[in-house]
Design a protein around this ligand. Sequence first.
Ligand code: ADP
Ligand code: MG
Ligand code: MG
Length: 204
Amino acid sequence: MTAVDEALARAWIAAAAEAVRAEAEHLTDLDAAIGDGDHGVNLRRGFDAVTAALGTYTADSAGDVLGKTGTTLLSKVGGASGPLYGTVFRALGKTLRQGGTFTEGLQAALDGVRRLGKAEVGDKTMVDALAPAVAAYAAAVADGEEIATRAAAEAAQTGAASTVPLQARKGRASYLGERSVGHPDPGATSTALILEALADVTAR
Ligand code: ADP
Ligand code: MG
Ligand code: MG
């Protein structure tokens, strides 16, 4: 049984879109330091399109809402992060539509990102935030949705911070070699932001 219903899924995506809009400039600055300076712009364009798409979408379930979010992000974000975030939300949507739990959905999202991007923990990518978040959620879900989503958000935040001393081994930042050291990974930072939005809406 999933505690993430259609209303919570919609609230999550609305809060994530709001957070992405508020932090777009910061995310783009992070990407300017070790990439091509478009991560915030990419995500804002994607979440603006998601907001528009969900506004006219008649969904029957959380799985529908999250699946629609994924397909929209996939077609609008571009770059490396578009297909990766598209995969996250499409895997979540597909798992929930098939009757899986949110824990299984998060695991499928992580598996999908790993399969597509071939990054492991320590490569300085969004996997450094997503992998510990999924583990923290799974470990805490028996304590309830609110505690589990907060644990996931905190683990993602810690994971994003852990990317600062790392040298990037995947994505554009890897082209910089040692010069990627000393900066947080933009995608890990946005992953933490999106999971914080989930914890916030779950708590209210
Ligand atoms: P681009 O690098 O194409 O401009 P974005 O700037 O939108 O795309 O996204 C960059 C983020 O994508 C990185 O900070 C990193 O977290 C993530 N990323 C890049 N390549 C990979 C990969 N192979 N696996 C996982 N995440 C990746
Ligand atoms: Mg970029
Ligand atoms: Mg780019």
